[in-house]
Design a protein around this ligand. Structure first.
Ligand code: SF4
Length: 490
């Protein structure tokens, strides 16, 4: 039986055909030299890889080398590997002699099924249509061909602001991993690498995300039992004092390959069918895994390498150093300061701070989309090229003019004010677009529209917004004000 090479994002038991199969694991230091990773992400990846080696014992050969190619020169037997998750790694494994590349694993809808579905669509590809296809194809939350409860999406029930007067959601905290000797060894190695000149961003801290399948399954069980009911209604809400809200905090575990996504989808379905979670919450979670995660994975391959280079809004500003280096203390705007501090301290914030605070701010300022893909990839514990290309190019930066979304995800301070408790204690006023108290999101929103009005496709969803822009009498002053503060921390 050939030795199965597992990349550091292919670590769960479902990546092996046989539980006794010989395994190859490689730790490449060059990966961490290329870009400044978040310190906690580097820790998580190395911890997960080394924990898998410890679980497998003599079954695994563990090689530490500068590069993958260098490590493989020591391997004299046939090796096979599942289709890696980045183009760079795929090109590498295809080039190597003696390595057989198997189909991808760790996702639910295959590349072939997705391509068949996408080839049949005219125009843009939309999550809603794919999600419906995937529910039917895999028989999830359906009765016959119809959705359980009569609607495919219960999103309208899942967009509630946080409960008023509450600093934290009333849900049990997720179980945190207990660090062990392997984590201590990883921490000592990363300290040494830093002294040798490898640069990281963000703060070190206790490991908060699962590094083993056992830890990931424990967090999933806890989530399905205790947190899923509140996940749905508040999945888009933000509270300054509650970074986790009722999110599963399993994205890193899925993306390390520790959890089989279909098992999690079936778990959520079962939680609904057994009466432990409302349909809207179960459906919201299923949409994230079977829908969004598989959608963006497949689009990464379906749209091809040029997608990542899209910059149709001609966004030319470099991502500034204060943002790149997670210097939250330099920021006055309360929402942005808190979210950037969350990235600095945990390497994770949930999808709305990513999209509607970080991404929204960058979009308004015209920062280069490809640089943002890199930033999200390296700064988040769950970041990978495949997931961040879609999230940034297709979604948050609208850099492809809507190949997967109907309009840019740009908004003023009113959205943050409605969906969070940030604005009350902020130095800025979400209603102001001009002057000392002007909210950078509100001013940035109008400046963005004014700058891009001729580039944004005029569909029905944008027509009303652009008509509002036409009626503003102070828009030139707002644009000038925002030009002035386009690169410094707000
Ligand atoms: Fe953020 Fe503006 Fe609200 Fe301040 S006023 S927290 S900058 S949205």
């Amino acid at each position: 039986m050939p030795r199965r090479w597992l990349f550091a994002d292919q670590l769960g038991p479902h990546f092996l055909d046989d539980r006794h199969q010989p395994v190859l694991l490689i730790e490449s230091k060059a990966v961490f030299r290329r870009r400044a990773y978040h310190r906690q992400k580097a820790h998580l990846v190395l911890s997960a890889l080394r924990h898998r080696a410890a679980e497998l014992g003599d079954q695994a050969r563990y090689l530490r080398a500068e590069t993958y190619a260098e490590a493989l020169r020591e391997v004299r037997e046939p090796v096979e590997v599942h289709h890696p998750t980045s183009r760079r790694a795929l090109a590498l494994v295809r080039r190597l002699d003696g390595v057989t590349v198997l189909p991808p694993k760790g996702f639910i809808t295959s590349l072939e099924d997705f391509a068949d579905w996408a080839d049949d669509r005219r125009g843009a590809l939309r999550l809603d249509a794919f999600y419906r296809f995937a529910r039917q194809r895999h028989g999830v939350l359906v009765e016959g061909e119809e959705p359980v409860g009569g609607r495919w999406s219960l999103d309208t029930e899942n967009r509630q602001p946080p409960p008023k007067g509450t600093a934290r959601l009333a849900v049990p905290a997720p179980p945190m991993p207990r660090e062990d000797d392997i984590d201590a060894e990883v921490r000592a190695d990363l300290d040494r690498w830093e002294r040798e000149g490898i640069r990281f961003v963000g703060r070190d801290g206790p490991r908060r995300f699962p590094a083993t399948t056992k830890e990931a399954r424990a967090r999933l069980r806890h989530f399905l039992t205790h947190r899923l009911p509140e996940f749905g209604p508040y999945e888009d809400a933000m509270l300054a004092g509650d970074p986790w809200m009722a999110h599963s905090m399993l994205s890193a575990a899925f993306n390390l390959g520790l959890l089989d996504p279909m098992a999690a989808v079936r778990g959520a379905e079962q939680a609904y069918r057994s009466g432990r979670a409302p349909l809207a919450s179960a459906e919201g979670f299923v949409r994230q895994i079977l829908g969004w995660r598989d959608f963006v994975w497949n689009l990464y391959w379906y749209f091809g390498p040029s997608w990542r280079q899209n910059n149709e809004l001609a966004a030319r500003r470099r991502v500034p150093d204060w943002f790149r280096d997670l210097d939250a203390d330099a920021v006055t705007a309360r929402c942005l300061a808190d979210v950037l501090a969350g990235v600095r301290d945990h390497g994770w914030v949930h999808h709305i701070p990513r999209l509607m605070v970080l991404g929204n701010y960058a979009l308004q300022r015209g920062w280069r989309p490809a640089e943002l893909v890199d930033w999200f990839h390296h700064s988040f514990v769950d970041g990978y090229d495949w997931v961040m290309t879609a999230n940034v190019i297709g979604m948050s930066q609208y850099a492809d003019l809507g190949r997967m979304t109907t309009k840019p995800y740009v908004s003023g301070g009113a959205y943050v004010n409605r969906m969070s408790d940030y604005c009350g204690d902020c130095r800025y006023d979400p209603k102001q677009r001009l002057g000392e108290d002007a909210c950078p999101f509100t001013a940035g929103y109008w400046a963005f529209l004014a700058r891009n009005r001729h580039r944004i496709p005029r569909n029905a969803r944008m027509a009303r917004t652009l008509a509002q822009l036409d009626r503003l009498t102070d828009v030139d002053a707002v644009v000038a004000q925002e030009e002035h503060r386009a690169t410094g921390p707000p």
